[in-house]
Design a binder for this molecule. Sequence first.
Ligand code: SF4
Length: 376
Amino acid sequence: MNPRNNAGLYLHLPFCRSKCPYCDFYSLSSRAAREKTDAYLDALCDELKTGRRAAAFTGNGRPTLSSIYVGGGTPSAVPAEKLAKVLETALCSFPVEDGAEVTVEANPASADGAFFRAMKAAGANRISLGMQSAVDAERRALGRTAGFDGVKRAVCAARDAGFENLSLDLMLGVPGQTAESLELSIARCVALAPEHISAYLLQLEEGTPFYNRWDALDLPEEDAVCDMYRALVRRLREYGFWQYEISNFARPGFESRHNLNYWRCGQYLGVGAAAHSFLNGRRFYYPRDLDAFIAGGAPVDDGEGGTPDEFVMLALRTTRGLVYRDYEAYFGAPADQKYAAAARRLPEKYVCVSDGGFALSEEGFLLSNTLIAEIL
Ligand code: SF4
């Protein structure tokens, strides 16, 4: 795939049944907001069909889609037949590559067999299920209403509906988590036989209930969380999942194409409140405002994108790292020597340098923000 010609499509569904205490995604759980679901889905379909609002950025053409990702919020909290209509509209309104990856996010508390069958019939071929932890006490602390039994049921229902590509999320550093409980979560997660696992560190985002009472949370120490990350990488490798990005692991051939496109500085079009885009060298986004999107509001310019620094920063999130010939293929010119020179100045335990490029090591990933800032 040429990241300059094709694009991923992201659709944002900003509705949740309840708000998790750590979450700062744009998602609304009030009854008043959820009563606007139909109007919002109509607005999404209208923009997918006409491309009217984003025309100032997209021009007359429509990119060929390599992937579609329906995220949120909680897409499975939206009536399945209505969400299926949105997905079908997207697939009919753009040229779509053969074999394009089409992912729908789902929450075990709201996704049942009917939901998965409707998504499959509408054209989805990948499910990303928000598990976070396979230990019920940790799930409760994170505000998850379904227990691990609910996760197992959702996985079985997705498999019964015919999904052969399934991703599960794990979270590190959650209240009450220990090395032993993480081991248990990993073992239970792997026993569900997903093709892909994402593992994120819990971030305390300003304005969330967790942020406001962080000192009352039973959070593991920073060193313990680093040890958990090392243990997770080692354990998933033993189970046959290869790490291809700081937080992402897959069976060979099941890397998320949609997310890889972001890290390759590829183009993407986001539709929906709070959705971001990068097309034709510009970044733009819809405000975090449900009513404005329903009322027909246009996206806002967010400046130039796809700069050399951005390309390098994104590449260094992956285990492939910065490969000079990738850079040259993207920009049509060799990478500035300053990147290689900066990488060589860093300790070997953090960065692996070769003639063809360089990549952060497992230890380097634990300090990725600092190291990438140093290299740029
Ligand atoms: S289900 Fe996901 S999007 Fe919704 S509140 Fe929880 S973490 Fe946020």
